[in-house]
Write a protein that binds this ligand. Structure first.
Ligand SMILES: Cc1ncc(COP(=O)(O)O)c(C=O)c1O
Length: 364
């Protein structure tokens, strides 16, 4: 039996999908489930949401293969531009939709025989300011020429990905305008367009898009504190006490003895560490909840252990539940709180959670 578990709330996921869908109106959902569904657990998230979203977006071919196992009916879009002919062939054979975003890929496609190309389903990405992947406005001539010469390739979507949201709304507007300008100059057929991630949707909710690609909001978290939407976090993380011991005044705790007891204290050892994806930078800073009370992490966080000061709690014993992330009684430890303490973003906190911790779906 595992010491820790990740609980995934079905009702929270359904609630978030409904809230975001109603905000988006007629726009349909491409659900980003890359990086093990933002660390939540790909299988469980895909199984729970398959009937509520149109398409899943993965980063890689390997992820797409896994999604297909649990979502036989949905479209699956691979966002990273594949740069290997064998990968492209495999994606085509499996019926995935691939992102064509670079001139390098156009050369690769040229090498594929016509009968294979006939089966390709693609979306074309244009870069409107992110400078990550996607053709530039200046590439339009090349892209137009290529796809006009290859009507056998099925261009399903054309899309862009915004670099900003409410943090820099003028830039978001100008990226959107550039996307519209690009669309007005496209000379080949395509079926739909999309551009908004969670921040883009919450910031402007552009009415002329066919799809949205909300990731973090469907997991019940906000892209940043700039957005006031109320959602329900899908994930909570629980563990249990494996040892309780007394530490005498003056003794140190954990590697480097970075914590010294100023008086006699009682500590509990929790089998969670940076090997499980809990940030080591929360050493001597973070909190967990035991028996409804917040207790502080003391000493350096190890690969598979952290220690907390439980002097103020009566009767802590081996096997007691430890809430690492989530609600307990009247208190909650959020991914945002952990992220703030760790100097990162909520995305990274959930995404880093080890895939080896069992995922359990709860209905509430
Ligand atoms: C291309 C693309 N679309 C959509 C998303 C989802 O973004 P968010 O989770 O901020 O909604 C991502 C996430 O990184 C992405 O890379």
């Amino acid at each position: 039996m595992s010491f820790s578990k990740i609980l995934l709330s079905r009702s929270a996921l359904q609630y978030n999908i409904k809230v975001i869908s109603s905000l988006a109106g007629s726009k349909r959902i491409i659900f980003p489930v890359k990086a093990n569904a933002y660390g939540h657990g790909l299988e469980e998230i895909v199984r729970m949401s398959a009937s509520m979203v149109d398409c899943f977006m993965t980063a890689t071919l390997e992820e797409a293969v896994k999604v297909r196992q649990f979502a036989p009916e949905n479209d699956i879009f691979i966002d990273l531009p594949l740069i290997n002919v064998d990968d492209i062939r495999e994606a085509i054979e499996r019926g995935f939709v691939i992102n064509i975003a670079t001139t390098y890929q156009l050369h690769l496609l040229e090498k594929l025989p016509h009968d294979i190309l006939k089966g390709v389903r693609v979306q074309i990405e244009f870069d409107t300011g992110m400078n990550r992947t996607g053709f530039k406005y200046e590439d339009l001539k090349t892209v137009n020429t290529f796809f006009s010469r290859h009507p056998e390739i099925k261009v399903e979507g054309v899309f862009t990905h915004y670099a900003t949201g409410l943090d820099y709304p003028e830039s978001l507007r100008s990226q959107y305008k550039l996307f519209r300008k690009i669309l007005s100059r496209i000379q080949f057929r395509y079926s739909f367009i999309h551009s908004e991630n969670s921040a883009g949707l919450l910031a402007f909710n552009f009415s002329d898009m066919d799809y949205i690609r909300p990731g973090i909001t469907l997991y019940g978290l906000r892209p940043s504190a700039l957005y006031s939407i109320s959602l329900r976090p899908v994930l909570s993380w629980k563990s249990q006490v494996v040892d309780v011991k007394s530490v005498k005044k003056g003794e140190g705790i954990s590697y480097g003895l970075t914590f010294r007891a100023e008086r006699d204290i009682k500590i509990a050892t929790v089998p969670v560490g940076y090997g499980d994806g809990y940030p080591r930078s929360l050493s001597n800073k973070g909190y967990v909840i035991i028996r409804g009370k917040r207790v502080k992490i003391i000493g350096t966080i190890c690969m598979n252990h952290l220690m907390v000061n439980v002097s103020e709690i009566e009767g802590v014993s081996v096997g007691d539940e430890v809430v690492i992330l989530g609600e307990a009684g009247n208190d909650t430890i959020t991914a945002d709180e952990i992220a703030n303490l760790a100097g990162t973003i909520n995305y990274e906190i959930t995404t880093r959670i080890s895939p080896f911790i069992p995922r359990i779906i709860v209905e509430t």
